[in-house]
Design a protein around this ligand. Structure first.
Ligand SMILES: *Cc1c(COP(=O)(O)O)cnc(C)c1O
Length: 493
């Protein structure tokens, strides 16, 4: 299986190369040249197996230059009961006869990013080994919260890798900050950057383009790499849980094989929902993929009108991982829907970077709407939804999941629907408590853990329960122009 660039399909690589490079040199994203098919018979067989077996099945169809042993090793190292609390890596929670919640937050950092970032480091080291790379990878991450911690946990003490996380001094929750600054491991480095997420991200982009620093790094035996969802190695593990959720419905007798289902996905960078589309292209019976946004509803507008326009106000919401205006992975979807039309995609992306807006033609819009529906939830509805699911089902959800549940209600259909739940309520205790009892004093997040436990009847995950008392290892704050020096200091080059 070869991977081609969305901006020039003459550029083609093996999966090892695509994962190692992260992004194509022309700025395009790697995308499989063709899609393997899965039969109903295979789905039935998979439904009798556990998550790890399902993962091996799906991944081996895409990572065709990895040996069976290599894939086994990656899967067995990533999805352990130790890291995910049980062998049920992505459990499905039944709400009623029409709606199910797929809980993707049982990993070590309590957000769905673990589903991919627990396995990506193993893909990357395997790929480096297979391609004869003799340098150590340095993973640079600018994070608005969840990705940073998930990358630190995933890469922690993985041989031949280092991970450096920059997070904004303004904007992450107290729980998120403490998760990062108390990180252990010999190859992990963290610093706050004074400013907001944009300052942080701009700083990291500059570093990726800094030739002088790259040269110093090379001389020191290092090479930069990236762990965000433009990397195919982060997207492909997410295809697995769409299959796994369907198989769980099958084995529980909730559906018969071939019966279509809907998925509702709380969306930011469009990576998660795109993985659902990949599953559908492989033959998973999916009726609709429903894209759920918060008040930053640029994707809702795009799916409904065909116009992508970033010239609008950016809102900071209680579902921060969905606060995003440029959803990188949309590029891959448009490439696929347009029949791999690289010229067209290049021109859309050029318009986007020059004018901040592009629009697709009527035919492409119709194709898009035949596969996707979209909706959004504002802040007050998000709180009301948290309250509603607590009162009606005794089920406590985080604000990202609440956005998706509300959009589900706007799109109920005859098909059974799986709503993706992307964070543990313990990660956003202030919003959760505010939704359920508006009078709660939310000044001290740590005090709210006990409230969340009383409401949900579920204890705090061990990794969060003792977090308050953990020692701070990385107390520093640097300014944007000091980021490169901070890297030199961390790596001692
Ligand atoms: C990253 C994230 C999302 C958005 O996922 P995308 O793949 O970027 O669309 C949603 N919810 C949570 C909690 C996240 O961390």
């Amino acid at each position: 299986m070869r991977y081609i660039s969305t901006r020039n399909k003459q550029i083609s690589f093996s999966s090892c190369e695509a994962i190692k490079q992260g992004i194509s040199t022309d700025g395009g994203l790697f995308w499989p040249e063709e899609f393997p098919k899965v039969s109903f018979e295979e789905l039935t067989q998979l439904s009798a197996k556990d998550y790890r077996a399902r993962a091996k099945f799906v991944l081996s169809k895409f990572l065709t230059d990895f040996s069976e042993d290599e894939i086994d090793h990656c899967v067995e190292s990533a999805y352990t009961s130790e890291k995910f609390g049980s062998d049920d890596i992505a459990p499905l929670h039944k709400l009623n006869d029409n709606a199910y919640v797929l809980e993707l937050w049982h990993g070590p950092t309590c957000a769905f990013k673990d589903m991919a970032l627990q396995i990506l480091p193993h893909f990357l080291t395997t790929a480096m080994h297979k391609t004869g790379e003799d340098k150590q990878a340095v993973i640079l991450v600018a994070t608005s919260g969840d990705t940073g911690k998930a990358a630190l946990e995933g890469f922690c003490d993985v041989e031949n890798t280092n991970v450096i996380v920059f997070f904004p001094s303004e904007g992450v929750s107290e729980v998120q900050r403490k998760q990062m600054v108390s990180q252990g491991g010999k190859n992990t480095f963290v610093t706050a950057v004074s400013g907001n997420f944009d300052d942080c991200q701009t700083g990291v982009k500059k570093i990726f383009a800094d030739q002088k620093l790259q040269k110093e790094l090379m001389d020191g035996g290092y090479v930069f790499s990236s762990a965000n969802s433009i990397n195919w190695g982060r997207l492909v593990p997410q295809v697995v849980y769409y299959f796994s959720a369907y198989c769980d419905l099958l084995s529980a007798g909730e559906i018969t094989v071939g019966e279509p289902v809907n998925f509702v996905v709380p969306t930011g960078n469009f990576g998660d929902i795109l993985a659902g589309y990949v599953a559908k292209m492989m033959g998973l019976p999916v009726h609709q993929l429903i894209c759920a946004s918060n008040k930053n509803n640029i994707l809702t507008d795009f799916i409904n009108t065909g116009v992508y326009d970033v010239n609008r106000t950016f809102f900071t919401t209680m579902s921060p991982s969905m606060d995003i205006l440029v959803s990188s992975n949309l590029e891959r979807l448009l490439f696929a829907l347009s029949g791999n039309d690289d010229k067209r995609i290049s021109s859309y992306m050029k318009e986007l970077s020059e004018k901040g807006v592009y629009s697709i033609d009527e035919a492409l819009l119709q194709l898009l709407q035949s596969q996707f529906a979209a909706g959004y939830t504002d802040e007050s509805q998000t709180l009301k939804t948290i309250e509603k699911y607590y009162k009606e089902y005794g089920y406590v959800v985080d604000p990202h999941t609440a956005v998706a549940l509300n959009v589900y209600e706007q799109n109920t259909s005859e098909y059974k629907t799986i709503v993706l739940s992307t964070a543990s309520p313990y990660k956003f205790p202030a919003s959760v408590c505010k939704g359920i009892s508006p009078k709660t004093d939310t000044a001290d997040e740590w005090k709210l853990f006990e409230t969340v436990r009383e409401l949900s009847g579920i204890s705090a995950p061990a990794s969060l329960a003792d977090l308050k008392e953990k020692a701070v290892r990385f107390g520093g704050v640097c300014k944007v122009p000091e980021m490169a020096d901070q890297i030199r200091e961390f790596l001692k080059i």
